[in-house]
Design a protein around this ligand. Sequence first.
Ligand code: HEM
Length: 502
Amino acid sequence: MIFEILIVIFFIVLFTAAAIHEWPSTRTIKLLNKFNGPPTFPLLGNTLLSITVKKEDLLLKVKDYCEEYGSAFKLWFANSPYIILNDAKYLEVLLNNNNHIEKGFMYRVLRNWLKEGLLISSGSKWQYRRKLLISTFHFKILEGSLPIFNNNSQILVKELWKSSKKFIEIESFISRCSLDIICEAAMGVSLNGLSDKGEEYLKAIRRINNLIMIRMFSPWLYNEWIYSLTPNGREYFKILRTLHTFTKMIITERKERKISNSFTNQSTKAGKKNLRTFLDFLLELNETDPGILTFDDIKEEVDTFMFEGYDTSSAAISSAIFILGHNPDIQECLFEELDEVFGDSDREVTMEDLNRLSYLDRIIKETLRLFPSVPCIIRKLYSDLDLGHEGYIIPATTNVVVLPYTLHRNSKYYPNPEKFDPDRFLPEEVQKRHPFAYIPFSGGPRNCIGQKFAGIEMKVVLSSIFRKMRVLSFTKLNEVKPVPGIILRSATPYVVKLIPRK
Ligand code: HEM
């Protein structure tokens, strides 16, 4: 038995080192020695954490470490050092710095899928693309998409109405709606509600998230060749084909419509005249000068925005519904606000309404505090980072980990942190806190480009549901176990019951 364990450990060390193959210098080790951290095993460092601790307990374990080892501590994955930061003042130094915008080592497991799209691209490519794409999320463009948000929310409410008074897994409904919204609003392609194409894509995304999460915590599987020999690896590459085929279909459909010119007369399901979407913008750039943006460039951005644009919002909306189901008093306050803004009418949500829904806004912020859709952000340093405190300098080559999940539950910033309390986001409360104590959309130059889009989507969908229904949650709060993938999910699904309000 001992022999077998030794063999396994030997291979873990071998594959991990082969995958990471960057040995830290003496200077690096000297600088890192200043940081605390849990005990390590020779060669393995803390790698066994990812094997011995269940995935749904990992974030909680790291949260304990934050309490034990302070707001900047180190972990070793074989020969690769990671510094975990859990203090707003350190995060400001890191995230606001234009020199430290490169994504961490673990993002390499996303490369086969998202290639060099905005989320993981680096250097001048990232800078150029970010500048290019930011204009497509301009307020005016988002305002033009409002009918799409409204229409898809109405379809969702009808579906939920049909299932009212039944136990349902809420995210399976929300994810379809979010996917339809991103496809129609950003890509100009309607999936016709609950079509098979969309269903297949959703299933594939769910599964690939799991596979990526498993691989992220198994550095000995980072090597492509080794990974492709494993059953998970074979499944991963098969799913990738499904995902890429879907995005190719989206691009081709929009392109063909554009060529046949029919889309200039075509209305979306929302009944609005044609909108110049994110994808149109990319296709036009490609037409003007294919050197600026090739078809493959378009594809990697469509893959990136489709994934980032739907799964993050879907997780956030589902968490908000779930947590409201445990807080009937807060739901009552929300109903009051909705009744004041909309009365008994069935009219669509307008931009003015969105500005008036300040209590809903606080509910969304508090939801993203407790359940940040992106639980982990990693930057790789290419030069030293001086934290400006007690001589802490993180040396170049280190991966720096930011965990919105643990930061948002730090009692230094949020007293009684497990309590759901939207009033933490009253303007006078926000003013008392460090701005980097709340980072669900990250911060600084590499923050989320889609946060306005997400804000509108969450408000339109949630207001549409709660104008009509109230929610009761059946999954208990203590059954919610945060699994740290690319997107935060609970190991136990959110089971709720929706009941007509009137
Ligand atoms: C509740 C919803 C959302 C949350 C919580 C969220 C959160 C985040 C976070 C934390 C990052 C930084 C990730 C990192 O550095 O590793 C990010 C980046 C990004 N997000 Fe979002 N996001 C949301 C919705 C959206 C939407 C709707 C879109 C697109 C329409 C979008 C597109 C992106 C893109 C493209 C990036 C990469 C930006 C860059 O590196 O320049 N996100 N998001």
